[in-house]
Write a protein that binds this ligand. Structure first.
Ligand SMILES: Nc1nc2c(c(=O)[nH]1)N[C@H]1C(S)=C(S)[C@@H](COP(=O)(O)OP(=O)(O)OC[C@H]3O[C@@H](n4cnc5c(=O)[nH]c(N)nc54)[C@H](O)[C@@H]3O)O[C@H]1N2
Ligand SMILES: Nc1nc2c(c(=O)[nH]1)N[C@H]1C(S)=C(S)[C@@H](COP(=O)(O)OP(=O)(O)OC[C@H]3O[C@@H](n4cnc5c(=O)[nH]c(N)nc54)[C@H](O)[C@@H]3O)O[C@H]1N2
Ligand code: SF4
Ligand SMILES: [Mo]
Length: 748
């Protein structure tokens, strides 16, 4: 069928496309193209729900046509990291990459090739997929596990429900009587394009919204009627104390607990101190979290009694040392109050209510052989034992292969290899859709690691801090210059079809086309490369049960899926327990997780616990570094992307937020330049003295580009100079668990 993907308006073509970098969106963009250039963007003007682009998407021309776009393949000429490169031809660049790959394979084996791939582009085709296919065919590669976004929340979701499909559709919030935004700031940190609008409607309907966050965020200011500031990393204590109040005052949903859960008695042993002699009272939690005991007790009573209520536990408090515990504690609280499987309630957890990625709960049942790690198709992983602490007995379980390296540990792994206990000695790094030096914890160790590699190749659009360390940089086009499909993020039922708006700029190519040209030089021909871009996309769409008409989606640039009713996760299990079980080992919601209990390891307790760590507020290190640093996402960027787009960076300055109390102690005034530091590094940045952050806590949003001066002081404001590269046993990244000191900067 001949489809028109564009419409003509004079000599302007309007191309239905979209934005799919890694924020929680995936939005409609209509590119007005004149003489082969995008002259302006519109967004969704169609039917409700409109999938409207934010200012980042609308500012995309400045990124697309930035003078800093990488134009040609580059080869390093200066010292590693110095950022000195020469222009080379594609043929030269790819010959060099192929030669190095072959050399490393022959000399050290495929496991010495580390793919450092991330989510810089969220289209289903472009980005890491073709690179993975190529390296797999080449004999395999070492890959990472541990997604910075949500590994803690995912682990907790799997341990509790056996699946990551939790929560209800956003519009179902209108059926709640109370909504709790726990460590969740969707007014800024996009969690599906429609979330803010829905929260506005919730508020207009008079439904109470409470927010628990160390910061008085835009979401608190706009939507909430109660703000509960909380010391970072202590959320599990408060959630546990809420369970204590509910169970000691007999406010729980006992029928729900009896019918749908296992392990309440074991949890009670912990709550009431049978385990350890400590009652987990609100007073106990107050001393840890600073949240007043009566506020905790009041919130517990309200949440338990006002049913149905939605406790939405965001991912950020789980992006922390022992972050899994917070997320488990929240999930369990939603269970003991019977807020699961009901409209207006919300099974807190991973939050992917609707998913076109997995078709149904039924498909998510455990495989017949629960002891073995599943084959992944990557020869380097064949025969590897399950990773320690992985929930490998659950289908879709948490990255089970022991041959992988945790994302927070890649730098340490490069530096220490097998002797450091890692599965491989890494010699060659392959970076795609990732700015890992900037975005992974402990940037300065990252520098040492990237320098230590024999060879580093980076597919990029810009000379990022990571790309500066490359031996070869290959210029990649953007989503405006190719076709792709972008699925929803956390479960809104739609797809964006990104029609190519303009030709690839300069000599840039898609990751797919780069691999197509590289593969023959490696003597391989992965199946995928036999197909055209359109054929691959059609194949991807054909694997989905919710794309009935590929051509229509391509023509319209968006496919909005109409559901008969809002998704309520676990409705079947709750309404029809005899026929449907949870895909856990017990078939029920696991307050006490059997899989974890079998591990018998106190670092992965079978019930949720409050677990302090080396950088807790009261750790010995806090004497030297008394402030807790949190590193949330902000509105001027999606991670490190858009950092160099002035239309976005002008929206708010990049600063460290510090409370007046802490500022006064340090003789710091608003706008002063301060040093933020710990043993890992030092950042020099302007201070924003504000009551919008609680005392004892400072905030530096993530994503600003690392820019060290000659003394190694970062002038760019990169949060990961300060964060700790130590993963939690369940895989949570520790990006909100760093102790720092702040002081006025020396005059320079
Ligand atoms: N604008 C924008 N939107 C984005 C992104 C982006 O970069 N920019 N990134 C996208 C991606 S990939 C992801 S994974 C998600 C991330 O989404 P989230 O993880 O939800 O986002 P954050 O902004 O890190 O944190 C949300 C809130 O948690 C609070 N918080 C931090 N630590 C704690 C704590 O210990 N306890 C409590 N109670 N609250 C805490 C922060 O103050 C913040 O207000 O966002 C997505 N959306
Ligand atoms: N301190 C701290 N650090 C964090 C976080 C935090 O909360 N605190 N959040 C973490 C989270 S949730 C995430 S998801 C990560 C994100 O970390 P990353 O995925 O590394 O960061 P991004 O900036 O989204 O994208 C990486 C790069 O992809 C490039 N890119 C875009 N499109 C393409 C493409 O089509 N092909 C190729 N080859 N490259 C492309 C962009 O130019 C960009 O430089 O950061 C994590 N880092
Ligand atoms: S940055 Fe995110 S919210 Fe903004 S337009 Fe792009 S996908 Fe949508
Ligand atoms: Mo993320």
């Amino acid at each position: 069928m001949e489809v028109s993907k564009t419409c003509l308006d004079g000599d302007v073509r309007v191309v239905n496309t979209g934005c799919c970098h890694d924020c929680g969106g995936r939005c409609v963009l209509k590119a007005h193209v004149k003489d082969g250039r995008v002259t302006r963007f519109e967004s969704d003007t169609g039917d409700d729900p409109q999938i409207r682009a934010c200012m980042r998407g609308r500012a995309y021309r400045q990124r697309l046509y930035s003078p800093d776009r990488l134009r040609y393949p580059l080869r390093r000429v200066g010292k590693k990291g110095a950022g000195k490169f020469e222009r080379v031809s594609w043929d030269e660049a790819l010959n060099e990459v192929a030669g190095r790959l072959k050399h490393v394979k022959e000399t050290y084996g495929n496991a010495s090739i580390l793919l450092m791939a991330s989510g810089g582009n969220q289209g289903m085709l472009h980005g890491p997929l073709p690179v993975g296919a190529m390296l797999q065919e080449f004999g395999g590669f070492t890959r990472t596990w541990g997604i910075a976004s949500y590994e803690g929340a995912m682990y907790a979701s799997m341990a509790t429900y056996g699946t990551i499909r939790t929560g209800n559709s956003r519009e179902d919030l209108l059926n709640s009587k109370m909504v709790i935004l726990w460590g969740w700031n969707p007014a800024v940190t996009i969690q599906d394009p429609g979330t803010s609008l829905m929260l506005a409607r919730v508020r207009e309907k008079g439904i109470k919204i409470v927010a628990v966050d160390p910061r008085y965020t835009e979401s608190v200011a706009t939507f909430a009627s109660q703000w509960i500031p909380i010391r970072p990393g202590t959320d599990s204590a408060v959630l546990i104390a809420m369970a204590y109040v509910i169970l000691s005052e007999n406010l729980q949903d006992q029928a729900f607990i009896d019918q749908h859960t296992v392990g309440i008695e074991k949890y009670k042993d912990y709550l009431f101190g049978v385990d350890d002699g400590v009652q987990k009272t609100p007073q106990w939690a107050e001393s840890i979290s600073t949240v007043p005991a009566e506020v905790i007790a009041q919130l517990a009573r309200e949440y338990a009694l006002i049913k149905p209520a939605a406790l939405i536990a965001g991912w950020a408090p789980a992006r922390a040392a022992f972050g899994e515990q917070y997320s488990r504690a929240a999930n369990v609280l939603t269970a003991i109050t019977g807020n699961i499987g009901v409209s207006g309630g919300y099974a807190s957890g991973f939050m992917r209510a609707y998913s076109s990625r997995e078709f149904s709960h039924k498909k998510a049942m455990a495989p017949p052989d629960r002891e073995k790690a599943r084959p992944t198709g990557n020869p380097v992983e064949d025969g590897a034992l399950p990773r320690k602490y992985s929930l490998h007995k659950l289908y879709g379980g948490t990255n089970p292969s022991g041959a992988r390296i945790h994302n927070a540990k890649i730098f340490d792994a490069i530096l220490r290899g097998r002797t450091g206990g890692y599965p491989a000695d890494i010699k060659l790094g392959y970076v795609v859709a990732s700015n890992c030096l900037n975005q992974n914890p402990n940037t300065r160790r990252g520098e040492a690691a990237l320098k230590a590699l024999d060879f580093l190749v980076v597919h990029e659009q810009f000379m990022t801090p990571t790309a500066r360390f490359a031996d070869v940089v290959l210029p990649v086009n953007t989503f405006m210059e190719r076709n792709d499909i972008a699925p929803p993020w956390l479960g809104s039922p739609y797809y964006i079809y990104l029609n190519k708006a303009v030709d690839s700029l300069y000599e840039s190519k898609s990751d797919l086309d780069i691999c197509r040209e590289l593969a023959p030089k490696l003597g391989i021909s992965p199946m995928m490369y036999n197909f055209s871009e359109d054929e691959i996309l059609q194949g991807i769409a054909a694997g989905r049960n919710d794309i009935p008409d590929y051509g229509a989606m391509q023509r319209d640039g968006v496919l909005k899926i109409r559901l008969d009713e809002p998704v309520v996760s676990f409705k079947e299990q709750i309404e029809n327990p005899d026929n449907t079980s949870f895909p856990t080992l017990s078939g029920k919601i696991e307050i006490h997780c059997e899989h974890l209990a079998e591990m018998g390891d106190p670092s992965v307790p079978s019930i949720p616990r409050y677990m302090p760590h080396a950088e807790s507020h009261d750790a010995p290190l806090a004497k030297q570094y008394p402030l807790q640093l949190i590193t949330p996402h902000d509105k001027k960027r999606a991670h490190s992307t858009w950092h160099n787009v002035s239309w976005c960076s002008e929206v708010e300055p990049h600063v460290i937020a510090i409370s007046p109390v802490d500022a006064l102690d340090r003789d710091i005034r608003d706008e002063d330049t301060v040093d933020v530091f710990n043993d890992r590094g030092r950042v020099r940045i302007r201070a924003r003295v504000t009551e919008r952050i609680m005392p004892g806590v400072v905030e530096l949003t993530q994503g600003a580009w690392y820019d060290p001066d000659e003394k190694g002081v970062d002038r760019g404001g990169c949060a990961n100079v300060l964060t700790r590269d130590e993963a939690s046993p369940g895989g949570a990244h520790p990006m909100n668990s760093a102790l720092v000191q702040v002081e006025p900067s020396p005059q320079d």
